[in-house]
Design a protein around this ligand. Sequence first.
Ligand SMILES: [Zn+2]
Length: 350
Amino acid sequence: MPSLRAGDYDLVMAIQSPRDADRWYRVLAGRYTATTSLSCDCPAWIYNRTGNRTCKHTAFAAERLQPTTPTPTLTIPRMRLDHPFIGATRTQWAPLRQFVPADGWELHVARVQIGSDAFRLIEMRATGPDGMRAAGTVALAEQHHQTVGAQATAIAGWSGYAIAAAFCRQAGVPLTGEPPAHYRLDRTASDRRQTGAQPATDDTRAILQIGNQRDLGDGLTPTQRAENTLRLFLGATTYALLEQRHFLDVSSGLRPDRVYRIRRDPQKRYERRIRVFEGGRYVNDFCVVRAQSVPEADHYLTVYFGLIANEAWVLSVVGHGNVFSPWSDGGERETVPAVWQPRTAPTVAA
Ligand SMILES: [Zn+2]
């Protein structure tokens, strides 16, 4: 059964409102139908109840998704980690800093028209573990004349989310957090049509906070920013589960029946060892030490993301010297069984 929770939607692009620089329209693609169905959270799409639901944003995105659409006009060469858009994305998303190599980043920029308004379309592409590819696309309204810093933080929020989510999906673990959105599926409707605008979720607020933090001067510390990113990435429900239980389970993609229980210090100060279960039995602790000066939430997200998208790398870090007997790091007895679940078939890269 399709659900937002199961990651049945992809963020195709985020489009800035020409009227309000802080307002973004999210074009999402449903993945549970044979043909890609696009939705948008602008009023025109939400209140259009006719059979063939479109708006200028979905029309634009649909055209971009056609393989025959020419590539954008300007490609910024690889190896430009100093580019502010890429730099901001790597700052915001610790796992991408870790898993996308220096030459794995690309930017493609085009001047486009959406409806009657001029936009700069920025597509960020990343090549990650095992050649997995992902992209995030943001359309900036030209008339806002925002600073590079304001543009960079918005692009980092949206594109970083889209890229990180796409890597997890390709690894067979569709996220976790739903794409930031403020509408929901009406599960009782047989045609599964959208029910219309809902109040902005915490996820939406989180991503907007990320997108605007420099200009707002909200004084976020790296620790607060890392916590926001973790929360955004996990989604409100999974994040709440982590807050309540202080662990999340990830089923191994390499070894059937193995589950990694990734624990979190309730005080969010120290990294905890990962409890490894095989066949439901607690067999080992794995120790992954964080790099100095990295916020604890960055480390947690990197390990969580890593065990999904690049498990072999995490295991190589653990090696032989960082495997310990059970209960080597605290005596907490979780009562929740660690149940291995198979990964879904990998989907084709965007
Ligand atoms: Zn729209």
